[in-house]
Design a protein around this ligand. Structure first.
Ligand code: NDP
Length: 264
């Protein structure tokens, strides 16, 4: 999966899945711009990536839910690395609560980061790729929560379902310009976001959902993203690739039972 000479933007790449996606793209030859809001963590990640792999990792602080910040990201990325041909919309956040207690702030933050962020970055990428005649690939990040339902995550599940439909429309609109748009839908991946799974009971409940008998790792998602970014996926667009060890076959554990026992 050759990506030599290609340039990618990976959002939310200071840690977790995004960091590993950047690492895999670099291993396959791409230069990357990585983004997050926390500057120090982002700079440390870029240093580490640059030391480990032979291509460039450029940190650009960006809040993907803010249009001005996203526009600055694309200007700086193009100034540093030239034509951008891969965008990975990975930035994300999460809270758990039942709808009757879910705050407007949490709703806005989760929808803003995932759904609005994916829209703003994809819009900027399509405009950039069209203007420069680039055959590009956009990879969005959904979740197994779109095919299996759990209590306690209405805002997050709604955002991810929106991202999948957005992916289809974007693929339809951008395909004639040589731009493919797909999503990956991870199951449970051990990252800073999923520290809750350290609860023994919740871990066991997750284990019972797996067909491939282990928790997911960031590399499991990075491999799928690298494939979708590469020419090996040259006739694939408008799809969501589930990467979940089979969780969708059995269904998600109930988040309220495990994380909000008082609400049971
Ligand atoms: P992490 O919490 O480990 O990392 C999230 C990254 O996103 C950080 O770099 C964070 O940096 C950045 N980020 C958060 N908000 C913003 C923002 N508004 N603008 C820019 N960057 C932002 O998350 P994961 O690696 O676990 O998750 C990555 C993606 O995968 C998310 O979209 C998530 O929903 C999805 N996913 C994860 C699963 C899992 O089990 N881990 C399962 C299914 C989907 P900073 O806070 O400094 O901005």
């Amino acid at each position: 999966m050759e990506l030599i000479g290609r340039t990618a933007i990976v959002t939310g790449a200071s840690k977790g899945i995004g960091y590993e996606v950047a690492a895999y793209l670099m291993q396959h030859g791409a230069d990357v711009v990585i983004t997050a809001r926390s500057e120090k963590e982002l700079n440390d990640a870029a240093d580490q990536l640059g030391k480990t792999y032979g291509t460039r990792a450029v940190p650009v602080v960006c809040d993907v839910s803010d249009a001005a910040s996203v526009n600055r990201l694309f200007e700086q990325a193009a100034a540093e690395l030239g034509d951008i041909s891969i965008l990975v919309n990975n930035a994300g956040n999460s809270t758990v609560d039942i709808i009757e207690n879910l705050s407007e702030a949490d709703w806005d933050s989760v929808i803003g980061t995932h759904l609005k962020g994916t829209f703003l970055c994809t819009k900027a990428a399509i405009n950039h790729m069209k203007a420069h005649g680039i055959n590009g690939a956009v990879i969005n990040t959904s979740s197994v929560e779109t095919v299996s339902t759990t209590r306690g995550n209405a805002h997050y599940s709604a955002a991810k379902a929106g991202i999948e439909k957005f992916t289809e429309v974007a693929a339809l609109e951008a395909g004639h310009h040589g731009i493919r748009v797909n999503s990956v839908a991870p199951g449970i991946i051990i990252t800073p976001m999923t520290n809750e799974v350290t609860t023994p009971g919740f871990q066991q409940a997750w284990r019972e959902t797996f067909s491939v008998d282990r928790f997911g790792e960031p590399a499991d998602i990075a491999k799928a993203v690298t494939f979708l970014a590469s020419d090996y996926a040259s006739w694939i667009t408008g799809v969501t690739l589930l990467v979940d060890g089979g969780t969708h076959l059995r269904g998600l554990p109930d988040y309220v039972d495990h994380l909000l026992p008082a609400e049971k």
